[in-house]
Design a protein around this ligand. Structure first.
Ligand SMILES: *Cc1c(COP(=O)(O)O)cnc(C)c1O
Length: 461
């Protein structure tokens, strides 16, 4: 073994090789030297673990490419873009909503320069970061005031902490939701130091259930949109307008966690109706909170809209500083919201909305186009009808009619094709159904076709 160690070259010797010199020209000397050290360390490690002498010699001969690989690995980012061919539009594991081009442009121009984030350009003095979004949010939702925090979970926690701490919050037993990442309404209440008072039953809650629970310690009724499940059958709940009528006789707030943040009426596009933010505000809810990156199609954010006196009070709570949004969120959200000034533009330009309302005929044309670009004798490619989902805990049970490529092979197993695509330089995420790899075209755009076709044509070539 001792002899084998002598075969390993010194760093200085490796650096003198022509190939390595050209690597230094393309990269920094430090990165190349670090990579050489790592490769040589690996070789010593291999000897210690009893590597076969022939393999070791081969690795030493290949030292240049090992160094190059190590350099490439250093440059590779861990968070990378990928192609979502699952058909699930708001895919929580895949970054939820891709942004509209307008939002990306805004981000790009702000990212590398200073901005008036907290500066009032008219007055020439300190301004508020919330001011950039306030007007547009009010205009679109019809609310009196607004503020934005990191995500909707933060928004709910902040509202309860600022307005309900030490008091009681009434919620229907049918709405005690858990969403991914351990966000549970009872736990959020506990964290905000408010006491949760559960009323009604899982399937039915009546107005009198709420009313009987109100006492002098009651701060609010919290309505929670059951965004990731549906209770169907013998059910009853109380609508916002009726709930708001309780405010006549009782000094309480009506707060609603709407979850998804819908600004357009999806029933116009053949989907089931989802309550809109505008609707909640109109029906007398005092504060509504919702996500920026679910059905709204913007960046991760939690938007709070409603009564100005309440939002002013929330803004003074210490948690506000801890949960505040950065300039990138504000930039992307402002640009996304501006698209909502015209619903036609919103549904065309905001990818999430656009993908949700795409019809099967349109998607099938995409499937035909992509299929025509695939030329690989190892693969059998069919175009099939399939169903995709909205995802992101939004519109549970809603199935969207879609079209997909179903791929199998006599040479490769379904999971081998799936794994190959997932490991491609731009990863392509698919699903397997009936032993076929499914590429659902709802969530794939035309400008991604070339990448997918190239990957598939490479398989076994
Ligand atoms: C998704 C959701 C949340 C959490 O929103 P995030 O933006 O993911 O933090 C809270 N409440 C409901 C009802 C939701 O659907």
């Amino acid at each position: 073994m001792g002899n084998l160690f002598k075969l390993i070259p010194k760093v200085d010797e490796v650096i003198e090789k022509e190939e390595i010199k050209s690597l230094i020209k393309l990269n920094s000397r430090k990165i190349v030297v670090d990579s050489i050290r790592e490769v040589l360390d690996d070789l010593r490690q291999e000897i210690k673990s009893g590597i076969d002498e022939d393999i070791l010699m081969n690795n030493i001969r290949n030292i240049n490419s090992l160094v190059e690989e190590s350099i490439l690995n250093k440059k590779k980012h861990h968070l990378v873009k990928l192609i979502n061919a699952t058909g699930i539009v708001i895919h929580t594991n895949l970054g939820r909503s891709p942004l509209a081009k307008e939002a990306v442009d805004s981000l790009t121009s702000l990212a590398s320069s200073y901005s008036n984030l907290e500066y009032d350009l008219d007055e020439g003095k300190r301004g508020s970061r919330y001011s950039h979004l306030d007007e547009i949010v009010r205009k679109i939702t019809g609310a009196e005031a607004s503020m934005v925090v990191n995500n909707n979970a933060a928004a709910v926690l902040l509202i309860l902490s600022a307005l309900c701490s030490g008091k009681e919050v009434i919620t229907s037993r049918g709405e005690l939701i858990e969403i991914g990442g351990a966000f549970r309404i009872p736990d959020v209440c506990k964290e905000s130091a408010s006491s949760l008072i559960e009323v009604g039953t899982t399937n039915k809650t009546h107005l009198k259930d709420y009313e009987e629970a109100i006492n002098e310690d009651t701060a609010a009724i919290l309505k929670v949109h059951t965004s990731n499940y549906k209770i169907v059958g013998f059910t009853e709940g109380v609508d916002n307008k009726t709930l708001s009528s309780l405010k006549k006789d009782h000094d309480i707030l009506i707060i609603e966690d709407l979850g998804s943040g819908v600004l357009v009426d999806f029933s116009k596009y053949g989907l089931s109706y989802e309550p809109t933010i505008q609707n909640s505000i109109q029906s007398g809810v005092d504060l509504v909170s919702f996500s920026g990156d679910k059905l709204l199609g913007g960046p991760q954010a939690g938007v709070i809209v409603g009564r100005k006196d309440l939002i002013d009070k929330i803004k003074t709570h210490p948690l506000t500083r801890a949960l505040r949004v950065d300039k990138f969120t504000i930039a992307a959200l402002e640009a996304t919201l501006r698209l909502y000034l015209d619903e036609n533009i919103a549904t065309q330009r905001i990818p999430t909305l656009n993908m949700i309302i795409q019809k099967r005929d349109f998607i099938r044309k995409k499937a035909e186009k992509l299929a025509s670009m695939i030329d690989n004798n190892n693969l059998n490619v069919d175009i099939i009808d399939t169903l995709s989902e909205v995802g992101g805990g939004s519109m549970p049970g809603e199935k969207l009619e879609s079209s997909a490529l179903a791929i199998n092979s006599d040479v490769y197993k379904d999971f081998e094709i799936e794994r190959f695509l997932r490991g491609y330089e731009i990863p392509i995420i698919t699903r397997i159904e009936n032993e076929k790899v499914i590429i659902d075209l709802r969530t794939v755009s035309y400008d991604e076709f070339e990448i997918i076709a190239k990957a598939l044509n490479l398989l076994g070539a």
